[in-house]
Design a protein around this ligand. Structure first.
Ligand code: ZN
Length: 148
């Protein structure tokens, strides 16, 4: 049986924020409320209230002039989210899906997948990488099926 999610696991939208804050920090060295709002396409007021919640839960520190800093706890979660995104992207790339389709679909499903499913997809990706002939056979059979 799967263990119940612990209380410390962030909500889906909290995961979106942590993922985006980590990305902004990597790109620019800092994450500001205004940048998070524009990249998640939400109002600054929504960002502010989520940021307060995340700060209360110990995921980040908010300093009015320096902006947001992820705590070790926040960074650990953000890196795990990024890793999951990368796994899905690796799998979708093997299937030949283009970057735009991948980005849209991954953002749509990534927060709903259990760690077990993500591990399964990572194993499948690795299997295909180690057995390119199998992947090629899959591609061909798929082509045939579609042609009828
Ligand atoms: Zn993502």
């Amino acid at each position: 049986m799967r263990p119940a999610p612990t209380a410390t696991r962030p909500s889906q939208s909290a995961e979106d924020y942590l993922e985006r804050i980590q990305e902004l920090m990597e790109e620019k060295g800092y994450a500001r409320v205004v940048d998070i709002a524009s990249s998640l396409k939400v109002k600054q007021a929504s960002v502010t209230s989520m940021v307060q919640k995340l700060a209360e839960q110990g995921y980040l520190n908010y300093e009015k002039y320096r902006g947001l800093i992820l705590t070790d706890k926040g960074r650990t979660v953000a890196l795990r989210i990024q890793e999951r995104h990368a796994t899905l992207s690796r799998f979708f790339s093997l299937l030949g899906l283009d970057a735009a389709t991948q980005q849209a679909d991954i953002e749509g499903i990534e927060h709903h997948l259990s760690p077990e499913t993500v591990t399964c997809l990572a194993d499948l990706a690795e299997f295909f990488e180690k057995n390119p002939a199998v992947l090629e056979r899959f591609g061909k059979s798929r082509g045939k099926a579609r042609r009828g």
